[in-house]
Structure formats: C-alpha cells, structure tokens
Ligand binder design. Structure first.
Ligand SMILES: Nc1ncnc2c1ncn2[C@@H]1O[C@H](COP(=O)(O)OP(=O)(O)OP(=O)(O)O)[C@@H](O)[C@H]1O
Length: 333
C-alpha cells in the first residue's frame, strides 16, 4: 500500500539580510497509514520548518524552494488555497506548542468546537452540539466546560481542547510540533497518553516533533534524524535506540539519559551546528564528527538504504555498502 504522506526533496528557505537561510534542504521521507513518525534533532535543525512546509503554514519571507508533498496521493504544494482549506482539519490537522494560546479569547469552547465542525460540514448544524460534547469526552474534559472561555481553563485543559479540535473531523494525519512543551511534566504525560489512546482508537498517522528524544523513542514507530536542514538517518525507533548508524544520531542519543539499564555519563556533541547560509561542503556534520574521513569534506553523502533495508543513513562510513545501497534505493523507487 502506498504511504499516506510522501515528502520528496522538500526545500524551504528564509531570505535574510545576510543571505538565504537554507533551513530545510531537499529532504525526503514517507509516513505510512497509522504510523507515528518522529522528527528529532538539535534546536534549529529545521524540524518546525519541515512541519510548516508540509501544512502550508510558512509565512513570507519564508518560501518553499522546491519539492513535493503528497497526502493520500494529492499534491499539497500545488493545491489552490480554497482546495487546501477543505483538506486542512478534515485530512490534515495541526497541534502546535502555542496552539492553546491561539484559542479565540472571546468565544466559548462550545462555539470554537462547533465552528470548526461547521466550517467543513455546514449540514451538521443540528448534530454539532452533540459532537462538541463527544469531543470533550474524548479528551477527558467535563462537558460543562463547553461553556467556558479559554482564560477559565488551565494550560493543560486548553491544550486538550486544541487536541479535540484537531480530532473533530477525523483527519488521517495529525502534525504535532512540541504539543506539550509549555506544560508541566505530569500534565504532559497525561496529554501524550491521551493522544496515543486516540491514535490507537482512530488509526490516524502522526508526525511528531519534540526535543524530548526519550519520549519520542517510546512513542514513535519510526524516527527521522535531522541535522542542519538535512535528514541524516531514518529508521524504526527500536533500531535508532539499539543501533544508531549516523555519528550524529549516536551523539544525540549520548546527550540523553538512557531509558533503561545502567546509568552512564552524558557526553553530548562538542561544537555547534553550522551557519545555514553558508553550510560546509560535503557532509554538514563533518566539522563535529569524530569519524570524519577525507570524502566527508567534499562529497555530500546521499540518504540511502542501509544493508538490511530497515532504515536509511547519509554517511560515508557506510560507503563500502554504497553500490548495494544505491541498487536497493533504485529498487525501492
Ligand atoms: N523567520 C525566520 N527567518 C530566518 N531564519 C529562520 C526563521 N525561522 C527559522 N529560521 C531558521 O531556520 C532554521 C530552522 O529553524 P526551525 O525552527 O525549523 O528549527 P527546529 O529544528 O524546529 O528548532 P527548534 O527545535 O528550536 O524549534 C534555523 O536555523 C532558524 O534560525
């Protein structure tokens, strides 16, 4: 079966006074139906820009510099605005960190939920109220809160309302960018548990973005690791945890406490990511990489399937496999 979301060679740029910031540079990945796919990487590597590029939330001067985004076979980048508006929320919904602060302060929760339903299903007027109450139940909020205004709810409650809105039209893909970061840890866990429960129940796919790599490893089926606007590795979460291939992925994992097992010293990655206006030639991670070799200075490594075909990695360390990897890549096109 084809993937639900297919991102190919997506590039996003931010023109600035110093030059063009290539925030996302020709990245490609897919998300299967019902799959939870995570994007991880240090701050500034392009995770949010990727999400915004997919769901057309880029605001000028940010611009889509190339590539394709297909959702269920429909090319999103080429859709006229009114056609895309029909898909937004119905097929693709978004939960952002700041979303709970973007609820309309002068409208009750009931009005905001029913408006979201009616914008896409104008004939649902008589059922909209009951559906709003169902949505509240879905996210464990008491139905009488429908009459509240956003300021009368806690941050966690408001974020649950946002999740309810994201679920209102049963989308096939939910993009979640740091959905719980602004909340305290106990509330975060409750919301994540609820999301996972809803995902199991309704079977939608999730593109999940968080700084919390241990949480991502627990939640996601597959993970993509981004570095300086590039995707450097994709693999099942269990494989990333047990056998990270890219030296950057290894460094990233060493920056977090282990999920289980013995305590170990956190080492992190010395140095910092490159300037995205003038990124280094060859591999962008090479200036920080303990295992850099001469080709890394000049030849950009392609993201190619690894030997067992479970994941993909962009690193010359796996160069001896390159012939086989290119063949596997051509076969999987
Ligand atoms: N409006 C903007 N103008 C210029 N550059 C920008 C703008 N927004 C983001 N960038 C740059 O684009 C790059 C990618 O940023 P982005 O926010 O997508 O990264 P991120 O991985 O989501 O980071 P974080 O984890 O901190 O949210 C960064 O180098 C950032 O400085």
């Amino acid at each position: 079966m084809s993937a639900l979301l297919e991102v190919r060679e997506l590039s996003v740029e931010y023109p600035s006074a110093r030059g063009v910031v290539k925030a996302v540079d020709r990245i490609s990945f897919t998300i299967g139906r019902g799959e939870i796919f995570g994007l991880a990487g240090e701050s500034g590597c392009g995770k949010s820009t990727t999400a915004f590029g997919i769901c057309r939330l880029l605001r000028p001067p940010a611009r889509l510099a190339g590539g394709s985004v297909r959702l269920d076979g429909v090319e999103l980048t080429a859709l006229p605005e009114d056609e895309f508006d029909k898909l937004r929320w119905a097929k693709l919904s978004i939960v952002l960190q700041s979303a709970m602060n973007n609820l309309n302060p002068v409208m009750t929760i009931r009005k905001q939920l029913t408006d979201a339903i009616l914008a896409h299903e104008p004939d649902a007027a008589s059922a909209a109220d009951a559906r709003a109450a169902e949505l509240m139940k879905l996210v464990d909020l008491p139905a009488d809160r429908l009459n509240s205004y956003p300021h009368e709810l806690s941050g966690g409650m408001r974020q649950r309302v946002v999740i309810a809105m994201a679920m209102a039209l049963k989308p096939s893909l939910v993009i979640m960018d740091e959905p719980t970061t602004a909340l305290d840890v106990v509330v975060q866990h409750g919301i994540i548990r609820k999301m996972m429960e809803l995902q199991r129940r309704f079977g939608f796919s999730i593109l999940f973005i968080t700084h919390d790599l241990p949480l991502m490893l627990q939640m996601c089926d597959r993970i993509g690791i981004m570095y300086a606007g590039k995707l450097v590795e994709t693999a099942p979460a269990s494989r990333i945890l047990k056998e990270p291939k890219h030296p950057y992925t290894q460094g990233l994992l060493d920056s977090f406490p282990a999920l289980s097992g013995e305590k170990r010293r956190l080492t992190g990655i010395p140095g910092h990511p490159p300037d995205l206006i003038r990124p280094p030639a060859g591999c962008r991670f090479q200036p920080r990489c303990r295992r850099a070799m001469p080709p890394c200075l000049s030849v950009e490594p392609a993201l190619l399937p690894d030997r067992d075909g479970l994941g993909k990695v962009a690193c010359h360390l796996y160069g001896e496999e390159e012939g086989a990897r290119e063949q596997a890549s051509a076969a999987s096109e």
